[in-house]
Design a protein around this ligand. Sequence first.
Ligand code: FAD
Ligand code: NAD
Length: 395
Amino acid sequence: ITVPKIVILGAGYGGIMTAIKLQKELGYNEANVTLVNKHDYHYMTTHLHMPAAGTGNADQARVSITRLIDEFKIDFVKSTVVQIKANERKIILEDGSLSFDYLVVALGGEAETFGIPGLQQHSLRIRSINSVRFIREHIRYQFARYKLEPERSDYLTFVVGGAGFTGIEFAGELADRIPKLCKQFDVDPKLVKLVLIEAGPTALPGFAPELADYAMKVLAHKGVTFKIGTAIRECRADGVVLADGETVKSATVIWTGGIRGNRLVEQAGFETVRGRVKVDAFLRAQEKEHVYVVGDCSLVTGPQDKPYPPTAQLAIQQGAACAFNLVAAIRGEAPREFKFSGKGVVASLGKGEAIGIVLGKTYKGGKAAVMKKLIDLRYLYAIGGIPLVLRKMRL
Ligand code: FAD
Ligand code: NAD
């Protein structure tokens, strides 16, 4: 007998959750499941602002995929996807190909640069373990360079472009790290500038104004300079040009101005909006009912047809729902409509400080920071149980 082949592309939040739920639900020989990922580890993007700034260890943000899946039930393939041929039911990898009956696209997002000149070439992005290791080393290197070329104040100016949650969380961590780097490299802290630039009328536009104000106050107190209501218009090797004509000279530009879906999804011919596939109520691509799309490369709308922001919380819930619908499809049962149940948002502002809205209630300061830790632990428990929680706590 032939059993259906399920291929999952990407082992981020959406992909790993689909795989974990499938291995629980599927009976022996009901399907062949293959999980493909670029790296042999799953990384938690929601931690990446810490290793990027150097306040956390990159190993804390990742876990080996084979520790999370049961290799008797799921084949793991470490490879990079180069093309999705949805109609031909074929995936082209850098070193081979795979065929499928059902596909789950969970390849995540990438930075949206909005065609701003120079941004792609001259900015750094918080996207993966490799990219944050680079950012961390790059920042340290600027301190070392400055000591040999003290006339180059641009080495000690750090620009963060975009004060959404990623920009705010990263700036909070970097502000905590700078005093330590100053000590290590014998640099006067007064010489270091950390500039957070936001096009909107406030940091965290669209979020609760009271919490956005609180976040700005906490960060300003730690030494962050805000430039609000000014968009980055151009990025150069020596800094950024703003919409009002001002230039900020800097050897480091971290772009946190937004994300889009993975380009492979667009290239595969799906109908997309900024690289995100508008899925049906069962998380399937339009007119391709054998293809499910979850996480940052999917677009799910909520009340008033407004798209939900791409978050780990959404990707995790989609992963579970996608696994349920795959099992139903294989068994010839009815699929279930996906309903997002948003629990809220908690964002860190550096050590011991955070803001958040959880189940409609507002939190700030230490309480919110504890809540952030609990959310992280809850996720570790969901994917790896108590052993993973204990291992990560020790790191
Ligand atoms: P990802 O988690 O990005 O996973 C995609 C996977 O696909 C990765 O493993 C990648 O290696 C793999 N991959 C990509 N391309 C290929 C390829 N060509 N071949 C093979 N494999 C490939 N959301 C929240 O809800 N709460 C938070 O607190 C939060 N904090 C955040 C903090 C930061 C600093 C950032 C940047 C984001 C944060 N987010 C948060 C957003 C959240 O991280 C994303 O929405 C989430 O990661 C999306 O999950 P995903 O499964 O779609 O993609
Ligand atoms: P975002 O799109 O939410 O924010 C980008 C910010 O950059 C916006 O405020 C935007 O106005 C600004 N911007 C855009 N172009 C600009 C320009 N040219 N110059 C200056 N500013 C510019 O992106 P993000 O912060 O990376 O978040 C991506 C997703 O991940 C969101 O859905 C977010 O909710 C989620 N996330 C959640 C958390 C959390 O819950 N703790 C943390 C990080 C990210």
